[in-house]
Design a protein around this ligand. Structure first.
Ligand code: ADP
Ligand code: ASP
Ligand code: MG
Length: 408
């Protein structure tokens, strides 16, 4: 008998028929002699709908109340899944994040899991029940509801798998696994049999929303091997695990895209110690997540700093920078550009293969796509392009690395 955690995402519980399908799959897993803990997201569209209502009601809803509001989405779906299980004769119980002993720290709307007390989960499992746990939510030690950031049910599932020492952790979703690129954008993308934690993490944090990036970080930290697979068929999925030597033979594992990016460039900053700290400090204080950061010295001897961020943060960034720049230099200026997108190519094979950037840039050049900013890490090359050409850019780079073909 194995202890299995199965996470079902929003689309997988998006209608009553889909909920019946989930119940049938859970029953099958149980009938095969396993103990099952299901972690369930809100029905698709519910979290977005609740957030929309809050923002229609007030321009600045309190984050505490947002957590109370959006966590109700998961509470609906767990009860429905438990009822569907009971309806087909499976003893089942739904439990909220608090009942599952998921303790969080950090801020509202982006809580972090600090600890899990699995006693209630273990008690229900000992009674022979199939458990249906609300994803995306936990409580602080003081009893405040926290949510875990968008896509946070992935984190709930992986953290529970670690806490109850599950034998298997499966993320069941609306695609068959992790592909070389989002198959909605690159139709000939190929399903990967396996991907390393580091590659999955880079892809997730650069726009491949098939997994929440923090859940992958957690899985790596606690060594939770998990599989991404479809909730609608029984095709083998993609294993996400620690890298092994054979993985380095593949240069690029996958490509991610991220839309709705903006660039801020600050010019006319004296080339002196402490300037970058003042500028970046102001943005950090305003809680703006910067992505690419590029600084250099222009011909006029002044420094020039460019950053990219999500376009939603652009106004906040401009407001945070204005007073600091006034203090730093009378020559300081801010330029902004919106409507850009980021394309990232990820692969641990980059560590041992050269010429990767050249192939990527040539593919984009041949497709007539202009590159804005470039940044690299040990296992990623990222560029910005005009948002209107991002899909064409993804297909061009996917083709240039022959990602549709099985590596030889
Ligand atoms: P869930 O609701 O199950 O959590 P998500 O919508 O969060 O599902 O994630 C699944 C979606 O991720 C897919 O429908 C697909 O469009 C998208 N996606 C983005 N990049 C990839 C990728 N590299 N491989 C597979 N799916 C991807
Ligand atoms: N319902 C939450 C969201 O839409 C959490 C999740 O689906 O994982 O972000
Ligand atoms: Mg998701």
């Amino acid at each position: 008998m194995a202890l299995i955690v199965q996470k079902y995402g929003g689309t997988s519980v998006g209608s009553l028929d889909r909920i019946r399908n989930v119940a049938a799959r859970l029953k099958k897993t149980r009938d095969e002699g396993n103990q099952v803990v299901a972690v369930v997201s809100a029905m698709s569209g519910v979290t977005d709908g609740l957030l929309k209502m809050a923002h229609e009601l007030t321009s600045q809803p309190s984050e505490r109340e947002l957590d109370v509001l959006v966590s109700t989405g998961e509470q609906q779906s767990i009860a429905l899944v438990a009822m569907a299980l009971q309806d087909i004769g499976v003893p089942a119980a739904s439990i909220t994040g608090r009942q599952a002993g998921i303790y969080t720290k950090g801020s509202h709307t982006r809580g972090r899991i600090a600890d899990i007390d699995p006693s209630m989960m273990n008690a229900f499992l000992a009674e022979g029940k199939t458990l249906v746990v609300a994803g995306f939510q936990g409580v602080t030690p003081e009893g405040m509801i926290h949510t875990l950031g968008r896509g946070g049910s992935d984190l709930t599932a992986i953290a529970i798998a670690a806490a109850i020492k599950a034998d298997v952790c499966q993320i069941l979703t609306d695609v068959d696994g992790v592909y070389t690129c989002d198959p909605r954008i690159v139709p000939n993308a190929r399903k990967l049999p396996e991907i390393s934690y580091d590659e999955m993490l880079e892809m997730a944090s650069s726009g491949s929303k098939v997994m929440q990036s923090r859940s992958v970080e957690f899985a790596k930290k606690y060594g939770v091997v998990f599989e991404v697979r479809s909730s609608l068929n029984s095709n083998p999925g993609t294993l996400v695990l620690e890298e092994h030597p054979a993985m380095e033979n593949v240069v690029i594992r996958g490509i991610s895209i991220e839309r709705s990016q903006s660039r801020v460039t600050v010019t006319g900053i004296p080339d002196e110690p402490g300037m970058s700290a003042a500028i970046l400090g102001a943005l950090a204080e305003a809680e703006i997540n910067l992505d690419m950061i590029i600084s250099n010295i222009a011909n006029d001897g002044y420094a020039r700093h460019s950053f990219t961020m999500h376009s939603n943060d652009l106004g906040k960034a401009q407001a945070a920078l204005k007073p600091v720049l006034e203090k730093l230099s009378s020559n300081a200026k801010i330029e902004t550009e919106s409507g850009i997108a980021k394309l990232s190519a990820v692969g641990i094979g980059m560590r041992s293969h050269s010429g990767v950037a050249a192939t990527m840039f040539k593919a984009l050049g041949d497709a007539g796509i202009n590159i804005g900013m470039i940044s690299t890490s040990e296992i990623k090359i990222a560029v910005t392009v005009d948002e209107r050409s991002i899909e064409e850019a993804a297909r061009a780079v996917h083709d240039a690395f022959h990602l549709d073909k099985e590596p030889v």
